[in-house]
Design a protein around this ligand. Structure first.
Ligand SMILES: [Zn+2]
Ligand SMILES: [Zn+2]
Length: 295
């Protein structure tokens, strides 16, 4: 299994619009592990489309509890369970993740109980372990290490960037964050930095279209980064490739890849990927084998 990153859902925010991309979720395959990072709506469909057997689900990370990152966590695990999942799943998320999972199982109690009795399935509640984390090292197992850095995403205080390392390769996810200079140290030398991004021209039209104007604009400016700021973090960190993800706006017909590129090129000269749903980014040590394809 080649190491790769699959961007399953690339838009920022939970709203869906016809023909548009889907909220945040990614698949990171590294060192033989398949790791799901964030579970926005569409994560299950995205994994299936990427050719992943849901039965093999084993490791999930959640950066924070905004719905565009966690709404489909329960449904993903439950669907994997109905697909034959019988091995443990480790879910790592901020404080509150366990509460979400227990209440999800409660909401689905009728179905869970009946499938255990009627279909002889193992108890899904015994298969899942929840690890709530703060800053620092989250996981060190079989050569895989994962660490977390608290980022700036008010009013959410438990929002984390995540760094995954295995066999000398490293991939960093910014989480949702306003411009946050300490992220450059955290992402130092990474093969890939996946950073959230907004493009300024699109914000005013998005605010007008969504209908709650001033408050939305205020939230976006205080809690998210412009593409230029993502580029500046990538440059300071000296990463090998920058992936702009969690795009805001993501479904404005007047904002295309060229606009994202023009914005980020003010601060970033290195390898660049603008995310779209299903895009695969290779994580090879050889330059020739790195690159993109779409599933
Ligand atoms: Zn988000
Ligand atoms: Zn958020």
């Amino acid at each position: 299994m080649p190491d790769r990153l699959v961007l399953l859902g690339s838009k920022g925010g939970p709203a869906l619009r016809p023909g548009g991309p889907w909220p945040s979720s990614s698949l990171l395959q590294i060192g033989g592990r398949s790791i799901v990072v964030d579970c926005g709506l569409g994560v299950t469909r995205g994994l299936v489309d990427a050719g992943i057997s849901l039965k093999s689900l084993d490791l999930i990370f959640i950066t924070h509890l905004h719905s565009d990152h966690v709404l489909e966590l329960g449904p993903l695990i439950h669907t994997a369970w109905t697909a034959g999942l019988a091995t443990p799943v480790g879910v790592f998320g901020p404080p509150g993740t366990g509460h979400y999972w227990r209440r999800f199982c409660q909401a689905m109690e009728f179905d869970i109980e009946i499938r255990i009795v009627d279909e002889g399935r193992p108890d899904i509640r015994d298969l899942v372990s929840i690890g709530e984390f703060g800053e620092g090292q989250v996981v060190a197992q079989g050569g895989l290490t994962v660490s977390a850095l608290r980022v700036e995403h008010p009013p959410v205080t438990d929002c984390f960037a995540l760094r995954f390392e295995h066999g000398g390769k490293s991939v960093v996810f910014s989480g949702d964050t306003a411009f946050f200079p300490p992220l450059a140290d955290f992402a130092r030398g990474a093969d890939i930095l996946v950073h959230e991004a907004m493009v300024e021209e699109g914000i005013e039209r998005l605010v007008a279209r969504t209908g709650n104007g001033a408050r939305l604009r205020e939230h976006l400016l205080a809690s998210h980064s412009f593409a230029e700021e993502a580029g500046s973090i990538a440059s300071d960190a000296g990463v090998k490739r920058l992936v702009l993800n969690h795009l805001i706006p993501a479904d404005d017909s007047l904002i295309g890849e060229a606009d994202w590129t023009a914005a980020v090129r003010k601060t970033w000269n290195g390898d660049l990927t603008i995310a779209r749903d299903g895009l695969v980014v290779g994580l090879s040590s050889t330059k020739a084998a790195a690159g993109e394809e779409t599933v």
